[in-house]
Design a protein around this ligand. Structure first.
Ligand SMILES: Cc1cc2nc3c(=O)[nH]c(=O)nc-3n(C[C@H](O)[C@H](O)[C@H](O)COP(=O)(O)OP(=O)(O)OC[C@H]3O[C@@H](n4cnc5c(N)ncnc54)[C@H](O)[C@@H]3O)c2cc1C
Length: 429
């Protein structure tokens, strides 16, 4: 996804771009698969309506549709008992998951959530911040659960409180959309827009090395079949391990652990929220947010199935298809307090080079999950354009200014055209 976005933004500015994808199909973790007429996203996927990805799609003219989950109808499990999930006034009044004191405290927290200044708490852990700001144990547990659902992170002892609250605020500002047709509709929309913008897409093209003309300049991308593709700039839109292989960086060891889930994806004969299934069918994702270092296997699959027995008894009789994925990387690096929240993530420009950028959900100071992928893709595209216009290093103030201005203009058309001339294409892997 970040490769499609970055390449489209560069191509729209008038430069020739080649997008290299090692797989035979595009989309990476955002791709969905059709199985027996049911659309399987890779685990549960919700698009933040007020997030960077949604804004980028709108800017690129890509329309996605879906359903906002209802305010009521959710459940919380506490000590094995099912309770109403307090998400609105009615559910807050009726739920048995909180004491009366807890209900007042949660209502107070929700009313001031969007006004919390997150900058001063980016270096504080979620656990420590909750300890000092939330008195009621039940409210603390509920907020930790909401943070797990919105960030996919189960690590309050290390997670940045600022990043956790920012994601709660994002949810409160616009909720989420479950997409009709799955996230494949985003991938398909981005692919169509990329091609229409002039991006040349090559699938089954595995980049294995960056070849340098000088210590700071890459001049070609070497593919697994031996082909060398000449280039004036490269945006690597893979994970940290992919970048380390290509650019000789050490992101894998320097970054916090990835965020992972074990997910049981079920296709059932029953009604649904978003259109992901044939008439009368439903897709259900039951996930466990894994603690860093935790592994999941058959025991966790049974745990998720047992949870389904509690929440939706009889599901086994209407099961059409299931897939269990025990260790999916949701995002390539947790946003920790030690790194200073999202501000501490690596920048899109790779410091060792003048013409290499990175993009993905582990890069840049804005957004989380796919929103970080979209925001860093715009930053990488902006940096590339600025460099190819003569600002090969960010040492001068005017170049830094150009890059900032470009980042804004890239997500708000019209795009400034850059003469391609005889420039070799930008490669996005
Ligand atoms: C279970 C699950 C649930 C999620 N839920 C949400 C959610 O609710 N909301 C949300 O916003 N986000 C969610 N995400 C995160 C979101 O899916 C990702 O952040 C986003 O898809 C990342 O896109 P990307 O393009 O940066 O990375 P990827 O999808 O990993 O794409 C990288 C691409 O680069 C290719 N590649 C890598 N190396 C090379 C190479 N050497 N040569 C050529 N090609 C290469 C790969 O094949 C891949 O296609 C979820 C993810 C998972 C797994």
């Amino acid at each position: 996804m970040s490769g499609l976005i970055a390449s489209t933004l560069v191509a729209r500015a008038g430069l020739p771009v080649v997008l290299l994808e090692k797989s035979t199909s595009l989309g990476g973790r955002a791709a969905s698969r059709d199985k027996h007429g049911f659309i399987f996203n890779l685990g549960p996927h919700a698009l933040y309506r007020a997030g960077h990805l949604r804004r980028t799609l709108t800017t690129l003219g890509i329309d996605v549709r879906g359903a906002v989950p209802g305010a009521n109808g959710g459940f919380a499990l506490l000590d094995g008992r099912r309770h109403t999930l307090p998400t609105g006034l009615m559910s807050l009044l009726t739920t048995g998951v909180l004491t009366l004191h807890g209900k007042f405290e949660l209502a107070r927290f929700q009313s001031r959530l969007t006004a919390i200044d997150t900058a001063p708490i980016r270096r504080e852990t979620l656990a420590s911040w909750l300890e000092s700001h939330v008195a009621d144990t039940g409210v603390r547990q509920l907020l930790q659960m909401l943070v797990r659902v919105t960030t996919f992170t189960n690590d309050p002892e290390h997670q940045s409180a600022g990043a956790a609250v920012e994601q709660l605020q994002l949810g409160a500002r616009g909720s989420v959309l479950y997409l009709d047709g799955g996230w494949q509709t985003i991938v398909d929309g981005l692919r169509r827009t990329a091609v229409a913008s002039g991006v040349r897409i090559i699938s089954a093209a595995h980049a294995v090395a960056l070849e340098q003309s000088t210590a700071r300049q890459v001049e070609a991308v070497r593919l697994a079949d031996g082909t060398a593709m000449h280039t004036s700039a490269v945006i690597v839109a893979g994970g940290p391990a992919d970048v380390d292989v290509l650019a000789g960086t050490r992101f894998t060891t320097a970054l916090p652990a990835p965020i992972r889930v074990a997910t049981l994806d079920l296709a059932l004969r029953s009604p649904a929220v978003a259109a992901l299934a044939p008439a009368g069918g439903a897709m259900i994702h039951v996930s466990k947010y894994l603690h860093p270092g935790e592994t999941a296997g058959r025991d966790e699959e049974l745990e998720l199935e047992t949870l389904m027995d509690t929440m939706q008894p009889g599901w086994r009789e209407s099961l059409v298809f299931k897939q269990y994925l025990p260790s999916l990387t949701v995002a390539n690096a947790e946003v920790t307090a030690a790194q200073g929240g999202v501000e501490g993530r690596p920048p899109s420009r790779v410091p060792a080079f003048d013409n290499v950028w990175v993009a993905g959900d582990w890069v840049g100071p804005r957004g989380q999950l796919s929103d970080a992928a979209a925001a860093s893709a715009a930053d990488a595209a902006a940096g590339t354009l600025a460099a190819l216009k003569g600002c090969a290093t960010s040492a001068t103030e005017s170049c830094a200014t150009t890059k900032d201005a470009e980042a804004d203009s890239l997500v708000a058309p019209p795009f400034r055209a850059v003469s391609a001339g005889a420039t070799p294409p930008v490669r996005v892997t």
